[in-house]
Design a protein around this ligand. Structure first.
Ligand SMILES: CC(=O)SCCNC(=O)CCNC(=O)[C@H](O)C(C)(C)COP(=O)(O)OP(=O)(O)OC[C@H]1O[C@@H](n2cnc3c(N)ncnc32)[C@H](O)[C@@H]1OP(=O)(O)O
Length: 431
C-alpha cells in the first residue's frame, strides 16, 4: 500500500528461514533475542553472566539460531537450545532433551521462524538417538502444534498462615532423627546424595549435575528478592541424610507483632517421619506467620498431614510438557500397569517418522511396538501421547472433548489404565 513503511510489508511475509547451529559467540546474540522476547528486565551482560555458568560447562553445540540473510548480512532473529538431561521417565532415567531459550525477535513473530527452528531441533534430537524432549512453556498455546503435551501438574505457591503446631497430632514423628540447620555449601554433599536418590526414581526429575547444583545454590542478592541468604535444613538418620529443605526468610513486623515469612525453594524427603521433621522445622520457626512453598509434587504429603486441608489451598500448575521424539522407542521402553494390545494411528506434522499406525503389545515389563497397516483402534496426535506418557494425564479427557477418535470402543480406557502410574510426576525446576 502506498505510503506504508517497507518494514511492515516484510513483516507479514512467511518464508523459508535458515536455521543453523550456533556457537559461544552466537549465544550472546541469541540471548539478546530471547531476553527481548521473554521481557527479561535485566541487562544483557547480567543475563549472559548468569546463563553462561551452565552453558560454558555443558557446551554450545545444541544452540540453534534462525537468521535473516536477505540483506546480504546475517541477523539472528530467533533461537532455541536444549540441555542434555538424564531425566526419569516411566522406564527409568534416560536421555531427554530439555528444551530452553526459545524466542523470536518481536518484529519477526508469526512468520514461521519458530516453526522452522522446532522442525530442525526435533530432527537433531532424533538424530542423536534421544527419544524424548521436555520443556516448561511460557504460554500453553504454543507447543501442542509441535507435538508437546502437558504431562505434569504440580502444586505451586502453596502457603500456610499461622503455621505454628499446625500438623496433625498423629503425624509420624521419629525422635531419633536429627535436624540440622546449615549454610547450603556446608552440607552440599548430603543434599546431592538425597536428591540423587529421589531424582532417579521420581518421574519428571533430571539428575542434577555439578553446574546445576551451582545454579540451585546460587545465592547472589539478585536471587534473594529482598529475602535472607539461603539456608539448608537437613534431616539425618543413623544411615545418613534422609531429607532437606532449602529456604530463605524475611522479617516483617506489624502492630500486633512479628509477621515473618519463610520461602521454601525446595523440599525433598525420603520417609514419612522425615516430612514431618522438615515441616515442623519450617512451621515452628519463631517470629514467622507465613510459610510459602515453591513447587511441590501433586502427591506431596503436606495436605495429608494437616488436620484441615483448607489451611493450604492447593492449585495445580501445568509444568512439564513432554514430546515423544521417537514414538515406538518411547512406547516400548516403559512398563505398563496392565496389559494392552491395540493399533494406534498417530499424526505428527513435525516429526514425520512417527506418523502412521503402530501396533502395541504391552505388559508390565514393556511393550513390542511395530509399524502396521491394520485398522486403527484409536487415532490421535503425538501431543496426546506426550501428555499421557508420564501416567497421570488421561486420554479419556481428550476423548470426551472430541479431540481423539476411538474406532474400537473401550480402547482409550484400556490404554489409560495401562499407562497409569501411582507416583505423580514432578520436575520442580524451571529450566
Ligand atoms: C521452552 C521455552 O523457552 S518457553 C519460551 C517461549 N518464548 C516466548 O514465549 C517468548 C515470546 N514469544 C516469542 O518469542 C514468539 O512469539 C514464539 C517463539 C512463542 C513464537 O514464534 P513465532 O516465530 O511467532 O512462531 P511461528 O510464526 O512459527 O508460529 C507457528 C504457529 O504457532 C502459533 N503461535 C506461535 N506463538 C503463539 C502463541 N504465543 N500463542 C498462540 N499461538 C502461537 C502461530 O500463530 C502459528 O500458527 P499457524 O501455523 O496456525 O499460523
Amino acid at each position: 500500500m502506498a505510503g506504508e513503511p517497507e518494514e511492515k510489508t516484510v513483516n507479514t511475509t512467511r518464508r523459508e528461514w535458515t536455521v543453523r547451529h550456533g556457537d559461544r559467540d552466537d549465544y550472546a546474540e541469541a540471548m539478546r533475542v530471547v531476553g527481548q522476547a521473554l521481557l527479561f528486565g535485566e541487562e544483557l551482560e547480567a543475563l549472559l553472566e548468569r546463563s553462561r555458568l551452565l552453558h560454558d560447562v555443558m557446551g554450545y553445540e545444541r544452540l540453534l539460531v534462525a537468521v535473516d540473510d536477505s540483506e546480504g548480512t546475517e541477523e539472528i532473529i530467533g533461537s532455541a537450545n536444549h540441555f542434555p538431561f538424564e531425566m526419569t521417565m516411566p522406564g527409568g532415567p534416560v536421555p531427554v532433551a530439555g528444551v530452553t531459550g526459545v524466542g523470536v525477535w518481536p518484529t519477526y513473530r508469526r512468520r514461521g521462524v519458530l516453526s522452522a527452528i522446532m522442525r530442525r531441533q526435533l530432527a537433531d534430537i532424533h538424530e542423536q538417538g534421544v527419544r524424548y524432549a521436555a520443556l516448561w512453556a511460557s504460554e500453553g498455546s504454543i507447543y501442542e502444534r509441535f507435538g508437546y503435551g502437558v504431562a505434569c501438574h504440580e502444586m505451586d505457591e502453596i502457603s500456610i498462615s499461622s503455621p505454628h503446631d499446625v500438623l496433625r497430632a498423629d503425624a509420624p514423628r521419629d525422635p531419633d532423627l536429627k535436624v540440622v540447620l546449615r549454610e547450603p555449601a556446608a552440607v552440599r554433599a548430603d543434599l546431592e546424595r538425597v536428591h540423587d536418590a529421589f531424582a532417579s526414581t521420581r518421574v519428571g526429575q533430571f539428575r542434577r549435575t555439578e553446574p546445576w547444583w551451582d545454579r540451585t545454590l546460587r545465592d547472589t542478592p539478585d536471587r534473594r528478592e529482598g529475602r535472607s541468604p539461603m539456608m539448608a535444613v537437613v534431616v539425618y538418620g543413623a544411615e545418613g541424610p534422609l531429607g532437606y529443605a532449602l529456604y530463605r526468610t524475611k522479617a516483617r513486623w506489624a502492630d500486633d507483632g512479628a509477621q515473618g515469612e519463610v520461602y521454601v525453594q525446595e523440599i525433598v524427603a525420603t520417609a514419612p517421619a522425615v516430612w514431618t521433621a522438615l515441616f515442623e522445622h519450617l512451621f515452628n520457626r519463631d517470629l514467622v506467620s507465613r510459610v510459602e512453598f515453591s513447587f511441590l509434587p501433586a502427591d506431596c504429603p503436606l495436605h495429608h498431614l494437616l488436620p484441615d486441608r483448607g489451611r493450604a489451598p492447593a492449585k495445580l500448575f501445568p509444568s512439564l510438557w513432554v514430546r515423544l521424539v521417537d514414538v515406538p522407542g518411547a512406547l516400548s521402553e516403559r512398563p505398563y500397569a496392565a496389559a494392552f494390545e491395540g493399533v494406534l494411528e498417530v499424526a505428527d506434522r513435525y516429526a514425520p517418522w512417527n506418523a502412521g499406525r503402530w501396533r502395541i503389545k504391552a505388559d508390565t515389563d514393556g511393550a513390542r511396538v511395530e509399524a502396521t497397516d491394520a485398522a486403527p483402534d484409536l487415532s490421535l496426535d503425538v501431543h496426546h501421547l506426550g501428555s499421557a506418557h508420564l501416567g497421570r494425564t488421561s486420554l479419556t479427557g481428550y476423548l470426551r472433548a472430541g479431540l481423539i477418535t476411538e474406532h474400537t470402543p473401550g480402547t482409550t480406557a484400556r490404554l489409560d489404565t495401562a499407562l497409569h502410574r501411582h507416583d505423580a510426576p514432578f520436575c520442580g525446576v524451571i529450566f
